[in-house]
Design a protein around this ligand. Structure first.
Ligand code: BGC
Length: 719
């Protein structure tokens, strides 16, 4: 049997149009809203065909169209609320680790892994592609996002999406946009003027969408300039579908839709998690709006066409997901381990404490359940491989989401990597026990952790008092205390001066223990660079305090009783993260882009060229140390006038053997150096003198060249 879309030579648009033409009205509306495909009460029953995941929309067998089976998220195929008991999946390191790798190829490989697992579990839509800028360093979901910089975020998110979709699984990008905190997440109104918006958060999404061509975009829970993201005509119609000519579909976040006509006209195509909203808007109310003539029937067709077009474009219909196809989990664990290895950042290494000599005779490992596994962030993105250690976590949307430790024990990996006669472990709960155990050890490795979750912002930037005290007391009696952080973002480090070595391992995923041990003992030469600034304290932030962080969130599904409240992101505007620190001349604890290596790199001969207004930089990089290693070449730009703070304008991850040199070429993305002109509605580059320089992080300046930018403006074909 053949279907209309199988006619040879059709484009995805034509294939989608052929299916839409053959669909009944009921078939169309069955795809415009749907409940969460996870039972929330004992009485909730899933349709038998639903695998059990974030969402399910029925197949249309007579047209050869498979069901839509949608699963979370960016960090692996999760089984929220234990919906698929006994399910196993590879846990990827947090997106911050991927950001720290500065490596688009790695992002693509990790996306491929995710797409492969989703496909083999029967899913054809993966709710991945977290691309929010990290504006609020205490944000509970920062571990699902990549960085505070639009260029880095856009490139890494785009490549990760590309990897997922190469496996015939549609990926989203989310949560569009300026969805920076969990506190009051359905009531927070992110205020940001259009120029700043376009130059920061929107730019990250714009680049990610250009590179990855995600099939769907998910607006956030929040409001932007007074309108909910899911019914924000400026964001969805003017920018996304208008200026950017985005051809895919817009699906709301779960329980984030607030209207039928308004949302549909603003550009929302699908009401997801509709059972969590106050009403199923995109069924009866939308049908009635069509009957009343408020919405044209052709608009409904367009909404469906967008979904089908994306499915055809990535082959999800032509190559339906194969539930039960075998997954090579050992291979995937190795990929996850490589990613963690590339994302671990060596923040301090006095006296060349690291790498540890394998022949130390006694090592003590302390804290964070390092005998069992590595910490994961919580919420809809949390993957729970078999063997995970679980504690009570948070309840959101009526679902219990645990605090999870992935089964990759750092202690076991340290034992494996060392020749020590004794490698002991203490939990760290008792200070006395830890202090006694440290006596006579050659090195003490303390694992410090900070758990963040969806629906739960960090309550300040500090680690808990007990862990700070533990590290302070241990370092007072022992000169070789090495701290390994597992955090969901930046934290403050009051004991920093008294420890010789420090690693940031983020949430390192299924191969995390092995990756950490690899860096500690030198099998891996650390190459991660901070994708976020580590502030010295909360007072340095554009918003030193958060409104009611302990109340955390108003939950979808629960009547919204609180008041909408504004967060004025115009304070920092487009100067997010390191740009804010430069503007205020704050000295951070560690700057964006910072990270040490076991080798040294040197730079020579920075040259610039400008052709037709496009600037390229080239520089010679040499590994001048004694072992091979990777460097992240970072190029920044600042106007000589000081009109705005430095911006990262290009980067490249390069691996060199000891003694090897390479000439590195980097192109500069014009939008990163442009300003958005609201009146003219176009990008504009001012013809002014700028310094373009190489630097090892956002607080330093290396080789510098000066150039006068060619004045230019460029925009979007108006619609
Ligand atoms: C999250 C989304 C997620 C959805 C479905 C929401 O709570 O914000 O990121 O994709 O749930 O589980």
């Amino acid at each position: 049997m053949s279907y209309p879309w199988q006619k040879p030579g059709l484009t995805p648009d034509q294939q989608a149009a052929a299916v839409v033409a053959a669909m009944t009205t009921d078939e169309k509306f069955a795809w415009l809203s749907g409940p969460m495909a996870i039972p929330l009460t004992k009485d909730d029953k899933l349709p038998p065909e639903a695998i059990g995941s974030a969402a399910y929309y029925p197949a249309i067998p007579r047209l050869g169209i498979p069901a839509l089976q949608q699963s979370d998220a960016s960090l692996g195929v999760s089984a929220l609320g234990g919906v698929r008991p006994g399910d196993h999946a590879t846990a990827l390191p947090s997106s911050l680790a991927l950001g720290a790798s500065f490596d688009p190829q790695l992002a693509e490989a990790s996306g491929e892994l995710l797409g492969r697992e989703a496909f083999s579990k029967g899913f054809n839509v993966q709710l991945a592609g977290g691309a929010n800028l990290i504006r609020e360093p205490r944000g509970g979901r920062n571990f699902e996002y990549i960085s505070e910089d639009p260029l880095l975020t856009g490139i890494i998110a785009g490549h990760s999406v590309r990897g997922i979709q190469s496996q015939h699984v549609v990926s989203t990008v989310k949560h569009f946009a300026v969805n920076a905190q969990e506190t009051g997440r359905v009531l927070a109104d992110s205020r940001l003027n259009e120029s700043a918006l376009r130059e920061s958060d929107l730019l990250a999404f714009e680049l990610a969408i250009e590179i990855g061509e995600p099939g769907a975009v998910m607006p956030g829970y929040n409001l932007i300039n007074g309108h909910w993201a899911s019914e924000n005509a400026f964001l969805l119609s003017q920018v996304l579908k208008g200026d950017w000519r985005y051809p895919g579909w817009v699906m709301s976040d779960w329980g984030a839709t607030h209207s039928a006509t308004k949302a549909a006209l603003a550009g929302l195509d699908v009401q997801s998690g509709a059972n969590l909203d106050q009403q199923v808007w995109f069924d009866r109310p939308l049908r009635e709006a069509v009957d009343r003539g408020e919405i044209k029937a052709t608009k409904i067709d367009e909404m469906i066409r967008r979904i089908l077009r994306s499915l055809f474009a990535c082959g999800a219909i032509q190559h339906p997901a194969q539930r039960g196809r075998p997954i090579d989990y050992s291979w995937h664990q190795l990929i996850a381990q490589r990613e963690a290895e590339q994302g671990i950042v060596l923040l301090k290494n006095d006296r060349n404490t690291l790498p540890l000599a394998p022949e130390l005779s006694r090592i003590l490992v302390v804290g964070a359940h390092a005998d069992q596994g590595v910490l994961a962030g919580g919420g809809s993105s949390a993957v729970t491989p078999q063997g995970s250690l679980q504690f009570e976590g948070v309840d959101f949307m009526g679902i219990q989401t645990p605090k999870v430790y992935h089964p990759s024990s750092p202690l076991a990996a340290i034992r494996h990597n060392s020749l020590a006669k004794r490698v002991d472990f203490v939990s760290g709960e008792s200070l006395d026990e830890a202090l006694t155990a440290a006596e006579g050890s050659d090195a003490v490795i303390v694992f410090a952790e900070e758990w963040r979750s969806e629906a739960l912002d960090a309550q300040g930037l500090s680690l808990d008092a007990h862990q700070n005290q533990l590290i302070t007391r241990l370092s007072a009696v022992h000169s070789t205390v090495i701290v390994v952080l597992q955090t969901g973002g930046a934290v403050t480090l009051p004991w920093l001066e008294s420890v010789p070595a420090l690693l940031e391992a983020w949430y390192p995923g299924s191969g995390g223990g092995e990756a950490i041990a690899g860096v500690l003992f030198g099998r891996v030469n650390p190459a991660g660079r901070l994708p976020i600034t580590f502030p010295a304290d909360d007072q340095q932030l554009p918003h030193p305090t958060q409104k009611d962080p302990n109340t955390t969130t108003s939950l979808p599904g629960v009547e919204i009783t609180g008041e909408v409240f504004e967060i004025d992101y115009n304070v920092e505007g487009a100067d997010v993260g390191y740009r804010w620190f430069a503007r205020q001349q704050h000295k951070p604890l560690f700057p964006f882009g910072f990270g040490l290596s076991y080798t040294q790199f040197c730079y020579e001969n920075l040259q610039l060229s400008q052709t037709y207004g496009k600037i390229s930089a080239s520089v010679t990089l040499t590994n001048s140390g004694e072992r091979s290693g990777s460097e992240v070449v970072q190029i920044y730009l600042r106007p000589v006038s000081g009109r705005y703070p430095s911006r990262l304008v290009a980067f490249k991850k390069v691996t060199l053997d000891a003694g090897e040199s390479q000439r590195i070429d980097l192109g500069i993305e014009p939008r990163v150096i442009a300003q958005w002109d609201c009146t003219q509605q176009h990008w504009s580059i001012t013809g002014e003198e700028v310094e373009i320089y190489q630097a090892s992080d956002a607080s330093s300046v290396g080789l510098t060249a000066t150039v006068t930018l060619a004045a230019q403006s460029f925009g979007y074909p108006r619609h």
